[in-house]
Design a protein around this ligand. Sequence first.
Ligand code: HEC
Ligand code: HEC
Length: 185
Amino acid sequence: MSVKIIKVFAISIILYSPFSLSTDRTTLVQQCAVCHGSNGISANSAWPNLAGQNKGYIVTQLKRFKSGARKNALMTPVLNNLTDQDMEFLADYYSSQQVAIPPAKVINQQGRNVSGYCMPCHTAKGYAVNDEWPNISGQHADYLFNQLMSIKNGKRQSMIMNSVISDMTEEQLRSVADYYQQIGN
Ligand code: HEC
Ligand code: HEC
């Protein structure tokens, strides 16, 4: 190989190799890890775990936060500088993380009964039937309950979900939120 070709080769590695991007991407992930944990498991029960969440669902939610369709004071500022490519990367990153959350010893029976209404879309094990919808098994119960209340009172817009839970009581929603955390993943 001539010196010239080696130089061109070396420069193209610097410009195009994934390694030259990794500093940016590490910084990107670190921004999220502050709240969602470096393994996609958040330390605060009001903040969602992202490990193993569906890719399509993550991208859609990030775009909704960015456009203001879904509002949250902690999430919105983080998204201002993210490009569509960044969001795709982050969604890939979190959806491919696998963290096993063990089931609890005691399962909320009332929640289990209520979960019959959730199964057509979230299945008995809490894994959504398609990539656009969220997995909810092993998710923090406090987070799940907050989202259910937000959807019920219209603060978070979801016609599909709202029609399922609008007649449910706060007690039913609390119990089903507990149940889905307890079954683990
Ligand atoms: C300061 C804390 C904080 C930071 C930093 C943060 N998030 Fe969040 N994130 C939250 C909170 C709180 C929620 C729940 C919002 C709600 O209640 O609607 C959330 C929700 C989400 C959701 C929706 C999950 C679901 O199940 O619907 C996604 C996806 C998400 N964050 C991804 C990210 C990504 C990617 C980053 C980094 C670019 C990030 N977050 C940075 C706090 C944070
Ligand atoms: C007809 C399908 C359908 C049924 C039935 C259904 N869901 Fe959902 N669920 C969805 C969809 C779609 C979303 C995503 C909403 C959005 O885009 O914001 C969702 C979102 C959620 C979220 C927010 C998750 C997150 O990570 O932020 C929770 C919690 C939830 N569902 C719990 C339940 C529970 C509990 C039941 C049963 C009482 C239920 N769902 C029944 C379709 C359904």
